[in-house]
Ligand binder design. Structure first.
Ligand SMILES: *Cc1c(COP(=O)(O)O)cnc(C)c1O
Length: 490
């Protein structure tokens, strides 16, 4: 129900025969009369009959019932959307890009191919890799692609027994899932109390059956993995490859490069770090980079550049010359092209110096919140964090107020909840990532709200437990919603 339509839903204000549009004389009748009878519907759809302002208000009101990054602070750890400049949406909507047909001959889409090529070159520079493919549609899809590249690499050397992938217990859930989809067996390695991977536990797992070790750095608890050089040495010594999950690359941009740390294959989430707004499953893009020597295993088509008489010519390489090596297609065309355009616009507009500011600012903001709240929320890993960090719920657990309650109560204060109950390392994980673009005033308001909730938890815990009180929909029953979803409006 939409409260702003005077407490009624749009069907209740419907009156027979009322219309809010005029379509006279537009030729529709001719089209309808030439339509085969079998394709015509028997009865008119049951739609509300309302005036135009009611329709506009209905949709506009609905759009503000949801929480979004354009309506408030969104400190969702790990999967955060960072900075999404609106100008990039406009650039990605330019008809010269959106009206291309994917089957157009390459000589008619040189500009689009140049955009693809330039972005993959810039990502290679940022990641310290030899080449990137932009074809995968999301982070998880990038992981799958990267692991298939790794399998191809081992197979090309006749090394057929490498069927295991080692994944830290702090890893994002997509890491083990992608390894399983790639047909590999997942082996978990534990973390130390300081949040980093346990190198001594990793050592005995490394043998000639390991295809790859997947790492995230900074890891999903926001801690920099300082043992990467040692881990890289061990992994390569046993013949395996080192995979870098760069879904959230903002703390590293221009500061450090996975390629220089010894990573062989990596992916980046353009929809988190490089400015595509996303939610509810898309749109995404998960480019995959490889170090020198692995390029030929990348999926096709690859965009290649030739220079003829000082002119750059871009073409698509389908890998037909070395069919045994290539992975073939991983996606229908060249990936999610408009997401790629936003990333290119983002990189070009910020430039090297702008990109370099993201990491220090994201790190400063995260540490500022962490230090401002650590007396009232439990800080299980007490170290300088990078772009995000994890609390293990409230410091005082005696009130029965849980992380879920805190998250719901934050909605009453106008803030989106942080990521909750992930990572699985702690019972009451509350993972906060403020991002690089939030002002000190916003951070201070958030800190004040979190402190207020901690005070309420001690003094009036039921107010927190019954939250949210002010949202259009209060507390849905998640289990009932999953078992008995109501997916129609009436
Ligand atoms: C979001 C995320 C992924 C998966 O990316 P999707 O685009 O959601 O598939 C993988 N790893 C980490 C660390 C992430 O934050």
């Amino acid at each position: 129900m939409n409260r702003k339509l005077y407490g009624k839903n749009i069907y209740e204000i419907s009156r027979p025969g009322r219309v809010g549009y005029y379509l006279g004389g537009n030729g529709c009748e001719d089209v309808l009369s030439s339509m085969p009878a079998g394709l015509m519907r028997g009865e008119a759809p049951v739609l509300p009959e309302v005036d135009e302002p009611a329709v506009v208000r209905h949709y506009t009101n609905m759009s503000t019932n949801n929480f979004g990054v354009d309506t408030g602070f969104y400190p969702l750890g790990s999967c955060t959307m960072k900075y999404n400049p609106k100008i990039n949406d406009e650039i990605a909507s330019m008809p010269g890009f959106t009206q291309l047909h994917p089957l157009q001959p390459a000589d008619t889409v040189q500009g689009a191919l140049k955009a693809y090529y330039d972005l993959q070159t810039m990502l290679s520079e940022i990641g310290g890799m030899a080449e990137f493919t932009l074809n995968p549609y999301a982070g998880a899809h990038g992981e799958l692609t990267g692991l298939m590249v790794i399998r191809r690499y081992h197979e090309s050397r006749g090394d057929m027994n490498r069927t295991k992938v080692i994944v830290p217990d702090s890893a994002h859930g997509t890491n083990p899932a992608s390894a399983a989809v790639a047909g590999l067996t997942v082996v978990e390695v534990g973390s130390l109390p300081d949040g980093t991977v346990d190198v001594e536990a990793l050592r005995p797992l490394l043998d000639e059956t390991v295809a790859a070790v997947m790492m995230t750095n900074p890891n999903t608890v926001g801690i920099f993995e300082h043992n990467i050089p040692a881990i890289s040495g061990m992994v390569h010594e046993c013949g395996a490859l080192l995979y870098y999950d760069g879904a959230n690359l903002n703390p590293m941009l221009g500061v450090a490069r996975p390629g220089d740390m010894g990573f062989d294959v990596m992916h980046i989430n353009l929809h988190k770090t490089f400015s595509t707004p996303h939610g509810g499953g898309g749109p995404g893009s998960g480019p995959v980079g490889v170090r020198a020597g692995l390029e030929e295993f990348l999926p096709n088509p690859r965009v290649v550049k030739r220079t003829v008489d000082d002119e750059d010519i871009y073409a698509l390489d389908y890998g037909v010359e070395k069919p045994s090596m290539t992975l073939g297609r991983i996606s229908s065309w060249l990936g999610n092209f408009t997401v790629e355009l936003r990333a290119l616009a983002y990189i070009l507009s910020l430039g090297r110096d702008g990109l370099r500011m993201a990491g220090p600012l994201a790190t400063l903001n995260a540490n500022y919140i962490k230090e401002s709240l650590r007396d009232v929320y439990k800080l299980p890993i007490d170290r300088v964090c990078k772009h995000e960090f994890v609390f293990d719920g409230l410091a005082d657990k005696s009130t029965g107020v849980t992380t879920l309650h805190v998250a719901k109560r934050l909605l009453d204060h106008g803030f989106h909840a942080p990521t909750i109950y992930f990572p699985l390392l702690f019972h009451e994980s509350l993972m906060i990532e403020p991002t690089e673009t939030e002002s000190k005033e916003t951070l201070d308001e958030f800190i004040a709200a979190m402190r207020e909730i901690a005070r309420e938890a001690a003094e009036t815990p039921d107010v927190v437990k019954e939250a949210p009180h002010l949202t259009p929909v209060r507390k849905p029953d998640d289990t009932a919603a999953a078992l008995n979803p109501v997916v129609t409006f009436i």
